[in-house]
Design a protein around this ligand. Structure first.
Ligand code: AMP
Length: 335
């Protein structure tokens, strides 16, 4: 029996007590989760950098998966891919305050570092199960405090029109600026060869790619498919905030998007737009904030289907009384 098998439950107990009093004692996580042979948790950036310095000397490639935690199968799919393609996978778990334009959203965002570490252990074990030399692979979790990530306020401004100013950019002022602040920091800290992003946040990928081009960063952005629940709802950390009634109506979003692909074959862009909006708004408890049918590269609205070979519909819907903001998208034409 490992000594931590005895102490870990006691530490978790004290961690949970502190958490109840509003102090998330993240400092315990390196002790609790570093007992897994090839998984290490870092709260301090310099400790992670020292570790990566050693790994790089051994010629190991580094993949980065930036997340805000409350991990689910969508995140796991990115991690699995990184573990398969790299010697080292760094998963950052950091609820980045600078990308929230709504204080309540930031306050209510789920924080579940214990469960996240467990999911990462299981995902790592699964991804390395059929690997020829699994001992050459490791996974590191970077879970810094806000002060650790931003020792001084980040005053940098990022704007990448047209991709950063439409849709989420227009409805969540400052959101993509915050995303670029944290992602660029993570790129400077980790210096990954590849970084993995989910198509769930489809516009975010376009903005991050624009930033990488602008800053000339030597990192490859790997786009990963969206993962959905069986009923079609895009997996999201925010889904845990839905009540059971809200969860029951939320799949209507993807249902309407999917149905609109067939509808679009015999209708105009405007008619398709209106049909999706009215189908979703017809569900009591769902309220479309915007639905934009855009050119997949420029993210600008299109007026007819022949304008471009790549067409995507992007939607944001408020669900329930709180309400919870859900995003999704559908491809009408792919490149
Ligand atoms: P988040 O923790 O929401 O900031 O997401 C971290 C990364 O996981 C982003 O690149 C997301 O696009 C990706 N991600 C989140 N949900 C999903 C999903 N359902 N399918 C695929 N990727 C996802």
């Amino acid at each position: 029996m490992h000594i931590l098998d005895f102490f870990a439950p006691i530490l978790v107990y004290f961690h949970d007590i502190f958490f109840l009093f509003g102090k998330n004692v993240v400092i315990l996580h390196p002790i609790l989760y570093t007992r897994h042979n090839r998984m290490k948790v870092f709260n301090k950036i310099v400790d992670l950098q020292n570790q990566l310095f050693e790994d790089r000397k051994q010629g190991k490639s580094i993949g980065l998966v930036p997340t805000m935690g409350a991990l689910h199968e969508g995140h796991a799919s990115l991690v699995r891919r990184s573990v398969k393609e790299n010697g080292i996978t760094v998963v950052s778990v950091f609820v980045n305050p600078t990308q929230f334009n709504d204080k309540n959203d930031l306050k209510n965002y789920p924080r579940t570092l214990d469960a996240d570490c467990k999911l990462l252990e299981a995902t790592f074990d699964e991804a390395t199960a059929d690997c020829k030399s699994p001992s050459a692979k490791s996974i590191y979790v970077l879970a810094p405090s806000v002060e650790e990530m931003y020792p001084t306020p980040d005053t940098r401004q990022f704007e990448y029109p047209p991709v950063s100013t439409v849709m989420e950019g227009a409805h969540r002022p400052g959101h993509f600026n915050g995303v670029c602040q944290v992602v660029s920091r993570l790129f400077y800290i980790v210096k990954p060869e590849k970084s993995y992003f989910g198509e769930k946040d489809w516009q975010q990928i376009a903005v991050v790619k624009a930033m990488v081009r602008h800053l000339q960063l030597p990192v490859q952005i790997v786009e990963c498919d969206i993962v959905r629940d069986k009923d079609g709802l895009a997996k999201s950390s925010r889904n845990t905030l839905l009540s059971s009634d809200e969860r029951a109506i939320a799949p209507a979003i993807y249902k309407a998007l999917k149905a609109s692909v067939t509808y679009a074959k015999k209708h105009t862009v405007q008619e398709t737009h209106d049909k999706v909006v009215s189908d979703i708004n017809a569900v009591d408890g769902l309220d479309v904030e915007y639905f934009s049918i855009v050119d997949g590269n420029t993210l600008q609205d299109i007026n007819n289907w022949d304008e471009t070979p790549y067409v995507v519909g992007c939607i944001t819907v408020y669900c329930g009384k709180t309400p919870i903001r859900l995003i999704d998208h559908i491809k009408y034409k792919s490149e």
